[in-house]
Write a protein of this length. Sequence first.
Length: 466
Amino acid sequence: MPATPTNDTTGNAEFHALASRIAEQEMPAFGPTLHELLRATDADEASGQQVAEVILRDPGLTSRVLRAANAAHLGLTGGARVVTVSRAVVVLGMNPIRSLCISALAVETLAGASRYVHRVEQALGRALHAAVQVRALALRQQRSRDSAERLFVEALLGSIGEIALWCFGEPYSERLDQQLQLGRDAEQAELAVLGASLHKLSRELLHGWRLDALQADSPEVTLAHRISRAAQHGWDGAAARTLTRQVATLLRQDEALTQRQLAEHAREAAVLAQALGVAPHAIPGAVETALPDPEPLFPDPDLAQQLRALTELASVASTRRELPLLLEACLEGMHRAVGIDRVAFCLLNPARDRLLARLVLGIDADALRAALDLPWDATREAALRAQPLLLDDAAPPELAAIAARTGARACLLAAFVLENNLIGLFYADRAPSERSLDGAVTEGFRAFVAQAQLIARGLPRTGGAG
């Protein structure tokens, strides 16, 4: 039976059980990944490479972040497309990339996960619309970019309960859908079915993930959510006009100008929704921006993209401390622009008797990481320094074992040397797609290794002068 309607959910065991089930069983990946992402971006010495690592573990999240990073409203200049996550972190900055990742993570986890797809898309659309509106409002009030991005996240996650209910809330979602189809007011229907509001469910989920700090019930967020709902009925509707006057008074500006600004922010939200893979029809405003197509599973070499990625390498790291971010960007370029299925950077341990896969990208990344954990000695080092780039059946025995462990008929290896010391090696193969490592792929791999090594040698050890 539905829970008894009440505004106090303290004794509503059924409601709390639903929240716990969704948080712990239905959405186990969302909370921990989000927590890890926030930990990486909130650290006193936040590392771009740590953030990039969190994103790159998930191909779907990576694709959405890159598409959204290239959406026009994010303000990337010159029309130059960002082709690596590492570069997106550098270009956009830590707080915008966090907002983007949370948006992409929510969409990836929730979009299409229910037979109520239309309601999920509407809820995601309203959440993204509110998030873009509140960020713009904060910036127009001369708030800091950090504050504006935090309001963006608060607005987006303030709807996580509604979206999660439509995805994972049976039988409550069915009952709520029936109530809404009868034309009942949304808030009254939520109370009738759950005994609480969906906003309360959002708070319960965030509490279960230890993310209470992301919910401050900011008045600007409440206003933005009201705007996103009112705008669905048109900017000339009574509710939208009332809210437009309220925003105009808040910003001390003309109502006509305010309405144009709100409509433009709605268009930006529609662009973001489209980039993230959400149908933008729930947001008013035409989507005019052309976005890159989703990446194919096994991309082919793209010389233009290789040139962009090689150029990006030069601006990813500024000191040796940021070397991991440079290496990560190098691997991304090999994977996406050169068209290599799996790539890895392996590091020698301090004792120089073991090789460990430090960074891995591509298909079957976990299996490759495990395979590239193997003993190392001076004979292998000598063979690596002298070996041809392509390893196949004719490979020297000291190195043939590497390909044997990874299951690749052929692979590419290249030493990474700094100040004449072997630091590690790059590995690449096309085993998952069973495509050959032809000349174009080999030359692309060689170019990225050479560029990364050249840049690394020129990096100062610290950010200070000298």
